[in-house]
Design a protein around this ligand. Sequence first.
Ligand SMILES: [Zn+2]
Ligand SMILES: [Zn+2]
Ligand SMILES: [Zn+2]
Ligand SMILES: [Zn+2]
Length: 409
Amino acid sequence: MFEPEESTKQKCIILQGKALCVWQSDADMFLEEFLHLDGRGDYTQDGCVCGKEDAIYRCRDCHGCELLCCSCMIHIHERQPFHRMEYWDGTYFNMITLNSMGIRLQLGHVGSVQCGNPIPAFNDDFVIIDFNGIHEVGLDYCGCGSAQPYIIQLLCIHLFPAMTINPKTAATFRVLDYFQMLSFESKISAFEFYSTISRLTDNTGIRVPKNHYESLLRMMREWHFIKQMKRAGQGHHPKGIAATKPGACAVLCPACPHPGKNLPDGWETAPPDIQFLYALFLTIDANFQLARHNVSSNIVDPGLNHGYAFFVEEQAYKGFLSSQERSIQETSTCSSHHAVNFADTRVSHSLAATGADTIDCAQHNFKWPCSVGDLQKGERCMMYSGSKKCPNVCPLSCICIMVSQSVEI
Ligand SMILES: [Zn+2]
Ligand SMILES: [Zn+2]
Ligand SMILES: [Zn+2]
Ligand SMILES: [Zn+2]
């Protein structure tokens, strides 16, 4: 018999409540098993299945809790160098790295083929950040005659180097991809994500790994940038990233009118009474509270995007603002319109930006390409055409309705 949706929902809630009540009566059994697993579990025998050595090693990331000897563990993990190991000291399990067990990561050769001329990484203390922890690994580059550059050798096994000269740190593609996906769904910061990985490495606070947060931040930015360029098709352009057109990486609003894409033939000559069907509605607004402190510089922290997506190209934008420095804002006749009236007096000391202005499509809230700029002073109205160099995204070929404009410099 068909049940109304509401009653099914109610039934579900009651069932969930019952399940929790039943689980409560079994909670002691769970606790007991957790303690059992903290020890050797069901692996009470001393010898390894190979019959050669004692079974005292356990992997926290492999399926199951099997205890094996050192040789068997190394054999299993030749292709899993980022698993976390523990060894049994007779009383409890201690953490141990695969590096200290003798596993080395060989680059430049397929499978378990050993290189005839392995070259250890710089200082031989390579660190790899994965989503389950920060791993110290022994890493050897291939030194054969046909060997690729070190950076390519790292990228070939899905490791993203933190530096291009003598890298000592890398992140797996997996962890960078994981954070990117997580950032789409959650509000977790890069610092919180790094702290989580650090805790997974050691949650006792006794063996806290060396801080690699700055390196991870840099790798994440580079990862996002490379992904963006790949999706924009710049990898197939003969001149590469340098030939990226302004706004080419922006995601355009699919519902707004785009000549040549989603407008019928002859839309330009439509009768006046139906011209509104092909109009583009834009809003221009600024946030005057979105201040950014002047804590860095372009030399220390250069931007990677140069007007490729939503922000305007910075040099041209700043140049335009400097050229308007001497112009004085006309006083507003509106009652108490302080944002305009204090345009030339607003304190911008120690701030890199006093706010941000942006152009959105009014109906669907999509950012327009090359439409976001940092504000530098109090509110002052003037026109800056950030999209004048990108005719492919400029709305001038549409019937354009500007709802509001309020640009602050
Ligand atoms: Zn494992
Ligand atoms: Zn064994
Ligand atoms: Zn080799
Ligand atoms: Zn739109």
